[in-house]
Each structure stands twice: as C-alpha cells, then as structure tokens.
Unconditional design. Structure first.
Length: 349
C-alpha cells in the first residue's frame, strides 16, 4: 500500500521499473498492463515488442515508437528513464577473451549516443541510463580512468545539449565497478549532466559484505541521481571478474545482503537536498527503479515475470514503509478521474 501523502509532507519517492522484466513475452501490452495493475506510473524502457519482435529500444522503428507512445498513454504511464546500453562497450580495441564489442568513439557518439538522446526526448524522459566502459579484462580499472573520464565527459555534454542527464550505473567488470571508482569518474567529469546510479546487487554479487556495500554507497552518494533496486545473496568468495550469466541469487530488496534499510535511512536524512539537486536538472523526483532479476539476470538484462515483479515491488515497499520514506502508487481517485467518455459508459459510471 502507498504511504499516505499529507499536506506539507515529505515528497514521495517515484517508483519505476524495467517493465520488460514483468512481461513473459515482453510485448508492450504485457509490460504496460502489469505496471498499471501494480499501480505504477513510470517505467524504464529497455527491451520491448511493439509488433516487430523483441528489440532493444535503441533499434525501434518510427512506427513502433508511435505505437508505444499511444499505448503508454492509454495505460497512464510515463518513461522514467531510457535503459540504454550506452557505455557497455570496450574502452580499447584489445582482444581480452570477452565478447564485448569495440566501437571507435567518434562513431559511437554520432550513432549510438545521439540515438539515445533522440529517443529520450521522443519519450519525454530526462534520464538516460548508461555505463562506464569495459577496460581490458585482467587490467586494473584505475589505469583507465583518465580515458574513461574524457569519453564520459563528451557523452554528458551531448546529453546536456539535449536537456538530458546521463546516469552512470555501478556494475561489475566495468571501470566503474565500485562506488569509489564511480566517484573518481564523477569528480573527473565534473559535469552536472552526469549523475550516478546506485545498485546494491551489482556490488554484493562481486562478493562485498553489507558493510562494504554501505561504504561504496557513501562514496558515490554525492553524485547519486537515482537507484536501481534489486538485491543479491552474498557469494562465498570475491572475484575480480564476475561471470554475469551465471548469477543466480537475486532476491527482493528485503531479503538480500545489500542493506537497503540503512541506505534508505541515509537517503531520508538528506532527502530535500537530493531533490533540490535533481530539480535543477528538471528531474521530477528521486526514482527508485526496480530491476529485480528474481527469475534470472545477465549482462544485458534480466527477468522476473509478472508474479516475480509483484513480489519484488512489495519487498521494496516494505522497506520504504519501515524506514518512513513515502512513495506514490495509483489510488481509487486516480481511477475515477481517468474513467471518462466511452470508458465511463462501459464502466457504468
């Protein structure tokens, strides 16, 4: 149940999620139906079947985009962020035993990054999710920070020119694989158009303890723009390279080792300052973006199903309720207000 929003009360956290995780066949109708039924108002766009088969949003044709825009309006949804794969490519053209692709950076900017900016504006979101580039496997990510800063700075400037903000997600195997490394990238870029995205599971799966995850959160806190919410049960050993396709221990936010309760309490303490920072970028609030992976996850996505997504969302809401962070879900008043014209006669109103 949504926390009550009283006059002059704390503004609610904005709940969102990767809607492809909630749909068995990833069709637009399945995704939007599941999210509307859960009471969500926002979704992150990543993989979707809009009549041309399952595609990454970056590949959508104009007619598919028009179909999605019409359908999301019908279901009362807005895009919170574009879940792009920007930055999930090799920093250097080096053979390192991985299947990660390399694209010359100038070409990458003109094609991929520009495409992401155009899509974000088309879908009316201010946010693009991205990553910090793959350094050659087996090398120290610290050695590649300077080049990554140069490239990420260029991406942030292009996003800014389109009125957008680029979010850098913490994730294993990339240069920004920890909160401390993300902070170095953030400080190096030093551009308000680039913020950081916390994801506890992406730290726990590297073998970090709950205490270590909190330290990494604190390191990246200054630059944080939004959160991805999934959790993980800590593996027995810590690994320099994570086999993302073998990860099997994802759980809801109230069952893993990320320590979401302590992190949310800290967010609550500085909540107004965080909201003020986001407002300067035209961002409507603090998004907590569910990406549960409870039925499996890998390098470029995950799956929860409609049932798993519902379980994960209730787990997140339980933690938010416990720490006293309000959130907003659709109410009966919203439903009544949306029943007009033809729909009203069908409903017998």
């Amino acid at each position: 149940m949504s926390s009550a929003i009283l006059p002059n009360a704390m503004p609610p956290v904005l709940l969102s999620g990767f809607s492809d995780e909630a749909a068995n066949q990833k069709t637009a109708e399945q995704q939007f139906c599941a999210f509307a039924a859960l009471g969500l108002r926002y979704y992150t766009l990543r993989f979707i079947d809009a009549g041309a088969g399952i595609q990454n949003a970056m590949l959508l044709a104009p007619e598919s985009i028009d179909h999605i825009l019409a359908l999301q309006s019908e279901y009362g949804l807005q895009v919170s962020s574009l879940g792009s794969p920007i930055g999930k490519v090799k920093l250097l053209d080096v053979e390192d035993g991985t299947s990660n692709r390399y694209v010359p950076f100038e070409e990458y900017m003109k094609k991929d990054v520009q495409r992401a900016c155009d899509l974000a504006n088309t879908f009316g979101t201010k946010l693009i999710r991205g990553f910090s580039f793959y350094h050659p496997r087996g090398t120290d990510p610290e050695l590649h920070i300077a080049q990554a800063v140069d490239q990420l700075g260029a991406i942030a400037r292009l996003c800014d020119s389109h009125g957008l903000t680029f979010g850098l997600e913490v994730e294993a195997n990339l240069i920004g694989q920890t909160g401390k490394l993300l902070k170095k990238l953030y400080d190096g870029v030093a551009d308000p158009a680039m913020l950081l995205i916390f994801d506890g599971a992406n730290l726990v799966c590297q073998g970090m303890s709950t205490e270590q995850v909190y330290e990494e959160y604190l390191a990246m806190k200054e630059g944080m723009g939004w959160l991805h919410v999934k959790d993980y049960q800590r593996p027995l050993t810590r690994s320099a390279h994570v086999d993302e396709e073998s990860l099997k221990s994802f759980v809801p936010a109230d069952q893993g080792d990320s320590g979401h309760e302590a992190i949310f309490r800290d967010i609550k303490r500085d909540y107004n300052e965080l909201l003020a920072k986001l407002a300067k970028r035209g961002i409507p609030g603090l998004f907590m973006d569910l990406e549960p992976h409870v039925k499996g996850g890998g390098q470029f996505g995950g799956f929860s199903g409609p049932d798993g997504f519902g379980v994960a969302m209730r787990g997140l809401c339980r933690v938010l309720d416990y720490v006293g962070l309000p959130y907003d879900l659709r109410t009966f008043a919203d439903i009544r207000n949306s029943v007009t014209g033809t729909n009203a006669s069908k409903a017998g109103v």
